[in-house]
Write a protein that binds this ligand. Structure first.
Ligand code: FRU
Length: 494
């Protein structure tokens, strides 16, 4: 694999020289250059957090998949690592697809991934052949491929994205599958030795008959429940849901080894924004369940693809929990407060009728913490105009009191795709919006992460302002704090 990896690094070097940083993230993980999609192999190994990701090092479009790699001591400051895996054996000839990593008793990192081949060697016209492979590593940086562990069962059209965990002496692995009846399923296997895997059962079938494949399933405990994350392919737009080309959701249930998964909630989106897909979770050494998602799109062109030399980034790490209604909460991990470099505290105040208040005149990487007393607010919407440039473009994030929703509207965005997305407001008189604005994206956390919205937002040229705005009424602000954020990279890329 050495030769393929050297070639891949040279591919990235060539694009890095051309990289345009106008929208390149300050505090989100992205490749030095080139395309990325799903987070892979999330783990804590060798005293560091390891984040791998689907990576195409030769272009800004999806292509033959490699595993890119970054690592960190604290999930705040990150070090670039060499590309970890490239297609190099027959089984992964057309791609080292998504997968996960766990630490074995022998102290090695075990990376399980899908080896992908197109049957016709070129594209999906005649389908694919997907098998589950293992690669091991002593340092998390260089991997030894161990070949195929699980062949594709007869009749499955898609079979990929192994997610592995351990309970007691047994290892568990779930995959996404497309059944012979074209139903999206999650298959569960078990192993005693990490190498020999046996079919346990189909642990979940999406009740939605439109879902023909469930990509990137994850199955993990949260409190006394089990959660299944999955990315159904096929469902059509349904009101505010399933509006993206690719959508990610979850169900909650009860499960114990050897048993069935008893689903107790309906499918819900994990995040309501335009760009949130293929999330993966892992358990941090202190027991927190942490998720990274991919902020990106397969279906629509992305503004950075044309001339900027990079495409795709991961969300910030989010700590997950369930509330009393088995409703997923996701909030930025506490460590991210260390990224704050300067803070302006606006305190409590009332924003007058139809007013715009500039919170920052030019901010590239900014975090806003806003708390509003809705019982004393008459404004129809509590708005934040972000990425507002002199030409009048901006992205609008708001609580909409008429609709009872929190909306992220890109109708007047500077560049790239438009459209809006909207999450239900969880309720209550105290509205809390925590908004992370990077050079090319926005992440919105509503009421401590009870709902989230994640989208690209590519501003126009010049200073990027953020404003609080009222409409046909006033806003009772309990507190408002704006932080500037520093970079996550230990070393500059060039
Ligand atoms: C999801 C996905 C996975 C696959 C990978 C390929 O985004 O399609 O199912 O393993 O991306 O890059």
């Amino acid at each position: 694999m050495k030769e393929q990896l050297e070639l891949a690094e040279r591919g990235v070097d060539a694009m890095l020289a051309q990289r345009n940083d106008r929208w390149y993230p300050t505090f989100h993980i992205a490749a030095r250059a080139g395309w990325i999609n799903d987070p892979n192999g999330l783990s804590f190994f060798n005293g560091r957090y390891q984040v791998y990701f689907q990576h195409h090092p030769f272009g800004t479009q999806w292509g033959p998949m490699h595993w890119g790699h970054v690592s960190s001591e604290d999930m705040v400051t990150w070090r670039r690592e060499p590309i970890a895996m490239a297609p190099s054996i027959e089984a992964d000839r057309d791609g080292v697809f998504s997968g996960s990593a766990v630490v074995g008793d022998d102290g090695k990192l075990y990376a399980y991934y899908t080896g992908h081949r197109w049957r016709n060697g070129i594209n999906e016209d005649e389908g694919n052949l997907q098998v589950q492979c293992l690669a091991t590593s002593e340092d998390g940086v260089t991997f030894d491929k161990q070949g195929v562990l699980v062949e594709c069962p007869e009749g499955l059209r898609h079979f990929r994205d192994p997610k592995v965990w351990r309970m007691g002496d047994t290892w568990y692995m779930v995959f996404g599958a497309c059944s012979a009846e074209e139903r999206g399923e999650v298959w569960l296997y078990t192993s005693a030795d990490m190498k020999n895997w046996e079919f346990d059962r189909v642990i979940f079938q999406d009740p939605n008959p439109d879902a023909f494949m469930l990509e990137c399933p994850d199955m993990f405990p949260l409190g006394d429940k089990w959660v299944i994350f999955y990315c159904p392919m096929g469902p059509k737009p349904d009101g505010y849901q399933a509006r993206n080309g690719h959508n990610a959701g979850y169900v909650v249930g009860n499960w114990a080894p050897g048993g069935v998964f008893e689903q107790i909630t309906d499918y819900r989106p994990i995040d309501w924004g335009h760009q949130y897909y293929a999330p993966q979770t892992f358990e941090a050494p202190d027991g927190r369940r942490i998720a990274y998602g991919w902020m990106g799109s397969f279906t629509l062109p992305v503004a950075t693809q044309e001339a900027d030399g990079w495409c795709g980034q991961l969300t910030v790490p989010r700590e997950l929990s369930l509330d009393a209604d088995n409703h997923l909460c996701a909030r930025p991990i506490d460590e991210l407060t260390r990224l704050r470099t300067a803070t302006t505290d606006f305190g409590a105040f009332e924003l007058g009728l139809n007013a715009d208040k500039v919170l920052i005149a030019d901010g590239e990487a900014v975090e806003i913490e806003l708390e509003v007393d809705l019982s004393a607010t008459t404004s129809e919407r509590v708005g934040l105009n972000i990425h507002k440039t002199a030409e009048g473009c901006s992205t609008f994030v708001c609580y909409d009191d008429l609709a009872g929703r929190v909306t992220l509207d890109r109708r007047t965005t500077g560049n790239g795709d438009r459209g809006y997305r909207s999450a239900p407001y969880p309720g209550g008189d105290i509205l809390k919006l925590r908004v992370l604005v990077d050079r090319g994206s926005v992440e919105v956390f509503v009421n401590d992460g009870l709902e989230t919205l994640t989208s690209y937002s590519f501003p126009g040229e010049g200073p990027r302002a953020i404003e609080l705005t009222s409409e046909s009424g006033t806003i009772a602000v309990n507190s408002l704090v704006v932080h500037q954020l520093g970079t996550i990279w230990a070393e500059p890329d060039r």
